[in-house]
Design a protein around this ligand. Structure first.
Ligand code: GLP
Length: 245
């Protein structure tokens, strides 16, 4: 694990965007694994600024998103498909035909998971997978569990995740209870993993996942085994591990 320390959220976003920009510049036809949630929003903003400055070309980039809520259509303003369009895709010259995301409206669970795994495997895994970290240590929507999930799967969201995501919906009852997510195995197929995390609310998860034992109850902990894992964290997120650094 390579730790890049950042002062605050803006600094996390700038540092992460620089790494992604370098990836695109070195391999213009790269496959980016992308994430949603509030953590990567600043990173996307920085990437858009680099595009507008003429420093980045997304025309050959392909993407695979981590996850999608079950039951939300692509045009629902809380679907992750909508999030990606409004936070990144609509603002850069990416071909949206090259952007993949699980279909939350596909009722055929097995079929949807197999379809998505085939896309990831067709790419041979992402060149770079961007991740956020849930307050309970989840990555994608891989919640704390008894085992690490290998491929794409449909998960029941934990109460704490539903609580954490309720702020984006009109009421807690509107938060979907299930999601399709890339498995831990699919995430680990990425050649490089870049996780962005900020804020004291994530400090315990950072400690459990990256400074403790590797176990499925702390899903992000598996990343300690990845050969090219970069953690970009701000000082607040590192507040419980300062004496270990
Ligand atoms: C959601 C997403 C995750 C994300 C997590 C943290 O549950 N499925 O991919 O990392 O939330 O969200 P935030 O960045 O808003 O704290």
């Amino acid at each position: 694990m390579r730790l890049i320390r950042a002062e605050n959220y803006q600094d996390v976003s700038r540092k992460a965007a620089n790494i992604i920009a370098a990836q695109i510049q070195l391999k213009p036809y790269c496959v980016l694994g992308l994430a949603t949630g509030s953590s990567p929003v600043g990173t996307y903003r920085e990437l858009i600024a680099k595009f507008e400055a003429g420093d980045l070309d997304f025309s050959q980039v392909k993407t695979v998103n981590l996850d999608e809520y079950v039951g939300l259509p692509k045009d629902h303003d809380q679907s992750y498909a909508y999030f990606m369009r409004t936070n990144l895709f609509d603002h850069v010259n990416i071909d949206q035909a090259n952007c993949n995301i699980p279909d939350g409206m596909n009722p055929d669970t097995e079929g949807e998971c197999a379809r998505y795994d085939a896309i990831i495997d067709g790419f041979g895994g992402a060149d770079l997978q961007l991740l956020g970290l849930g307050p309970n240590g989840h990555i994608g929507f891989n919640e704390p569990a008894e085992a690490f999930a290998k491929g794409t799967n449909k998960v029941a969201l934990t109460d704490s995740t539903i609580d954490a995501n309720a702020r984006f919906f009109a009421s807690r009852d509107d938060v979907p209870t299930h999601a399709y997510t890339m498995g831990i195995g699919s995430i680990m197929k990425a050649k490089r993993v870049l996780l962005v995390v900020n804020g004291v609310k994530k400090a315990q998860a950072v400690k459990d996942c990256f400074f403790g034992p590797i176990r499925p109850q702390a899903p992000g902990s598996i990343l300690q085994l990845h050969p090219d894992f970069i953690l970009v964290a701000d000082e607040d997120a590192l507040s419980l591990v300062r004496d270990l650094l």
